[in-house]
Design a protein around this ligand. Structure first.
Ligand code: ASP
Length: 309
């Protein structure tokens, strides 16, 4: 028995402007990532391998705000954050502000397995990836015209924004969504992985919640969590760890703990977004307080779902 959930970002996803063709593209990409992780878990692979592979598949898809489709910083660059955590051992690895590694989630795993550290940032993180032979890419690989136009609009509006958050006229062609995955493998071990380009028009060197262990990414023996949304709020709410604490100290179920954090704590203060979560029994929760969240899952009974709203 195993289960897997993934997300491709949460935010305002205007129904009116999401064309059938574009929606089909998103659904296909989410289903493909789900198939990647599911195939590994079905073979008995560890949860950590499954979430890494799932996130890699989403990083390589230009539809999502991670890896290839990462958004622009205010000064016109890409700075990507990623993290993963193994629940059984509580080992974790993360990178922040990387600009060249094709798959930031692979770099995060290198930090976990090849260094004594948890979080490496900026050129040193890219250098580690290069030294270990990970594929590196020039800035052009991460360039898309839509993302660039999105930056110009965000600058004109004078704010940092979720790449898919409300703008006067949400453009369906904007590339969307931080990505993440959580899994429970056949041995009952849990893992979480998250990867993002961050927020459009962010100040250079800004780091979001994604690579902050306990905020955007968390896994222990009880639950595994991957978040998406306005990172500053998720950091201050220590979202991932708060879910784990509500389960451990208050005895809440996974679903109830997630509901409290996403709807009772984040929503009232403007912390737009959502998360995906799995517990040791393989239960899944995918709550969000935004209009939509790209997501897919396969529960312990083998039922698969792909949803946007
Ligand atoms: N949480 C990400 C960040 O703040 C953005 C997102 O999930 O869309 O960097």
């Amino acid at each position: 028995m195993f289960s897997l959930a993934l997300h491709g970002g949460a935010g305002t996803i205007a129904r009116a402007t999401l064309t059938p063709a574009l929606e089909a593209d998103y659904r296909a990409a989410l289903a493909a990532a789900l198939a990647t992780g599911t195939a590994l878990l079905a073979q008995g692979a560890p949860a950590l391998d499954a979430v890494e592979a799932t996130v890699r598949s989403l990083e390589d898809c230009p539809l999502f705000n991670a890896g290839r489709g990462a958004v622009f910083t205010h000064d016109g660059h890409h700075e990507m954050d990623a993290a993963l955590m193994d629940g059984a051992s509580r080992r974790a690895g993360a990178v922040a502000g990387v600009r060249q590694v094709q798959n930031p989630i692979r770099a995060a795993r290198l930090v976990m397995e090849q260094t004594e550290h948890v979080l490496l940032a900026y050129p040193g993180a890219d250098e580690l990836a290069r030294a270990h032979g990970l594929p590196m890419q020039p800035a052009a690989y991460f360039f898309t015209q839509q993302r660039f136009d999105q930056l110009q609009e965000a600058i004109a509006a004078g704010r940092m924004q979720l790449d898919h958050a409300a703008s006067p006229a949400p453009d369906p062609n904007w590339k969307k969504g931080t990505v993440g995955a959580v899994a429970r493998d056949q041995r009952g071990h849990l893992a979480a992985a998250t990867s993002t380009g961050g927020m459009t028009n962010k100040r250079y060197s800004r780091i979001g919640d994604t690579p902050i262990i306990g905020a955007g990414t968390w896994a222990d023996a009880r639950c595994a969590i991957s978040c998406t949304g306005h990172g500053e709020y998720f950091i201050r709410a220590v979202v991932g760890y708060d879910v784990a604490c509500l389960m451990e100290y208050k005895g809440l179920s996974l679903a109830e703990a997630c509901r409290v954090v996403v709807h009772d704590k984040l929503a009232p203060v403007g912390g737009e977004g959502g998360l995906i979560a799995v517990d040791a029994a393989g239960n899944l929760a995918l709550p969000f307080n935004s209009e939509g969240m790209y997501r897919a899952s396969r529960n312990a009974a083998g039922e698969e779902q792909v949803d946007i709203y």
